[in-house]
Design a protein around this ligand. Structure first.
Ligand code: HEC
Length: 129
């Protein structure tokens, strides 16, 4: 009984480790961003379209263009589900690379608060210009 305990906790650690690896490498796997537990905490926070627009124009528009339409190699970021954008921004904020140019986004997402992420996600869902 006693001898089995460390083995059990090791399995939990290993599972936890792989869970993180998979979460971090889900660039194209959209199902990962639909997981309820990833978004529950921040869904409680209601974002404001106006505040998101203001924040977007301050430091995102230069790369992603007006209304999040995307410019050249900078991806379109509008029209996505709120949970999708929130989880992307939180992933970058955690310093996790998901694509070839993630370092640019990690730098931009680092200073964002949970509220700003919620605001940006609400704005980008319906942003048009
Ligand atoms: C210096 C240019 C630059 C700035 C400024 C910038 N981004 Fe990005 N953004 C990128 C690049 C490049 C990518 C793709 C990164 C990758 O390869 O992982 C990206 C990716 C994203 C994505 C993920 C898109 C997807 O569907 O995978 C979101 C969401 C996003 N940016 C939102 C923002 C927001 C919000 C801001 C402002 C706080 C911002 N970006 C500022 C360059 C920028």
């Amino acid at each position: 009984m006693i001898a089995r305990l460390p083995r059990a906790s090791l399995s939990v650690l290993v599972l936890g480790y792989f869970g993180c690896v998979f979460a971090g490498s889900s660039a194209t796997d959209e199902s990962a961003s639909d997981e309820v537990d990833v978004t529950t905490a921040s869904d409680v926070m209601v974002g404001s379209f106006e505040a998101g627009e203001e924040r977007y124009k301050k430091s995102c528009i230069n790369c992603h263009g007006a209304g999040g339409k995307g410019v050249a190699s900078y991806p379109k970021v509008s029209g996505q589900e709120i949970s999708y954008t929130k989880s992307k921004l939180a992933t970058y904020r955690d310093g996790i690379k998901v694509g070839p140019n993630s370092s640019l986004m990690i730098m931009m997402a680092k200073p964002l608060t949970d509220k700003e992420i919620a605001d940006l996600a609400v704005y980008l869902k319906d942003a048009t210009s």
